[in-house]
Write a protein that binds this ligand. Structure first.
Ligand code: NAD
Length: 402
């Protein structure tokens, strides 16, 4: 999604919050934009690191390796991170990194070289109290381990808190692997209680880290998962899919479409007859073209930016509760924060402790926004943005920046 599209929403709600021109400018301007060119065996790759806002704490956000990465995308993602850490109420700001590369075309040795170079290019700007990266699309715990190692070689000190999403053996946190989905489950359970939703039928678009874990967790809780999809298409069963079997099929054959059930397209999945829709793959999939055909009562956005701004208006009018990305998928960054705390203390928590603290954070964030939402006419996303922006601006004001 372009940075222009991302900030459109900010401009839309600026009058509701009576934002001054200076405040709006501060919120829509990255603090620092860093660029470099990385070289692997003579091939050059563009690398970006955007530090958007650190009024509330060190910059925080993942590093993405993807052929479509460009400065505009990294800037959008860094902006979202600033809002997300504010919504989750964790003491971080927002940043993001990216390299324009298709890692599938590189050997493991070349990916290691690229990752070490990324750290060499930007190390002066990184660190446990400056900027703490994490995995994102096509970056893994192993890549975090190489980046940590390179950083520690440069600084000559152990600093596990400089990066999160690490393997457990290097200071990673339990639950980090399912944190995004589990955080989404906690938000969804609260929303279901608030609106008194009785039918619990679900469609999940995307069957990767976010979507697959979400389908698994909800299946284990007794929700009926009617449809799931991946890049090859979707599968539907009105009696409910067996998610354990589906995960086996996906792992063995590479796609959910090889599971026995009615084949549907990704477009059909979005308007399928279910009470809960969970987009967990791409941005911009719910638009003015299909929003009025959505039958779900709740949309839980695990993907970043799956709903366009004008689709939002239609959904709100149709009484569909849209639980926005910056709240719904903030479980990942919340457990990253827990990982950082454990690194800084050198004291590690058990699984139950991480889950309990994640639940507390997600329920508190949801409840605060729900209280506002139930007292005004704005949709849930608008209320969520208002909460995030207020927190960032309060910190900026206290620092004398506005
Ligand atoms: P992933 O790469 O593990 O999985 C992506 C899934 O989407 C795959 O199943 C893929 O087949 C599917 N997909 C790709 N193209 C598709 C298409 N055209 N139609 C339908 N499905 C398609 O990625 P992920 O980590 O699960 O991330 C998914 C979304 O969630 C992204 O928007 C990401 O930014 C967001 N997100 C993820 C996390 C996390 O911790 N994993 C955290 C925050 C936000």
């Amino acid at each position: 999604m372009t940075f222009e599209a991302v900030t459109t929403f900010l401009r839309k709600i600026a009058p509701l919050m009576s934002l001054t021109k200076k405040e709006l400018e501060l919120l829509s301007t990255p603090k620092k934009v860093l660029q470099s060119e990385l070289d692997v065996n003579g091939k050059k790759y563009s690398a970006y690191h955007v530090q958007f806002n650190d009024a509330r704490g060190p910059f925080k956000g993942g590093i993405r390796y993807h052929p479509d990465v460009d400065l505009d995308e990294v800037t959008s993602l860094a902006f979202w991170m600033a809002l997300k850490t504010a919504v989750a109420d964790i003491p971080f700001g927002g940043g993001k990194g990216g390299v324009t590369v298709n890692p599938k075309e590189l050997s493991s040795h070349e990916i290691e070289g690229l990752s070490r170079q990324f750290v060499r290019a930007f190390h002066e700007h990184l660190g446990p109290t400056k900027d703490i990266p994490a995995p994102d699309v096509y970056t893994t715990p192993q890549i975090m381990a190489w980046m940590l190692d390179e950083f520690e070689k440069i600084t000559g000190e152990h600093a596990p808190g400089m990066i999160t999403g690490k393997p457990l053996e290097l200071g990673g946190s339990l639950v980090r692997d399912i944190a995004t989905a589990l955080g989404g489950v906690y938000v969804l359970e609260e929303a279901i209680k608030k609106i008194g939703l009785e039918e619990k039928t679900v469609a999940v678009q995307g069957f990767g880290n976010a979507g697959m874990n979400m389908a698994k967790l909800l299946f284990e809780k007794g929700f009926k998962i009617l449809a799931v999809s991946d890049s090859q298409g979707g599968i539907f069963d009105s009696n409910g899919l067996d998610i354990t079997e589906l995960i086996r099929v996906k792992k063995e054959t590479g796609s959910v479409v090889n599971y026995s059930g009615t084949k549907i397209t990704n477009k059909e999945l979005l308007v399928t007859g279910c009470s809960i829709l969970i987009p967990s793959a791409l941005s911009g999939v719910i638009t003015t073209e299909n929003a009025s055909a959505v039958k779900a009562k709740i949309i839980l956005e695990l993907a970043n930016g799956p709903t366009t701004s004008s689709a939002d208006d239609i959904l709100h009018k149709n009484n569909v509760l849209v639980l926005p990305d910056i709240l719904s998928n903030s479980g990942g960054v919340t457990v990253s924060y827990f990982e950082w705390i454990q690194n800084m203390y050198g004291y590690y928590w058990d699984e139950e402790t991480v889950k309990k603290r994640l639940k507390e954070k997600m329920v508190t964030a949801f409840s605060g926004i729900w209280n506002m939402y139930s007292q005004n006419e704005h949709d849930f996303r608008t209320n969520t943005y208002i909460v995030a922006i207020r927190k960032i601006l309060t910190a900026e004001k206290l620092r004398g920046m506005v």
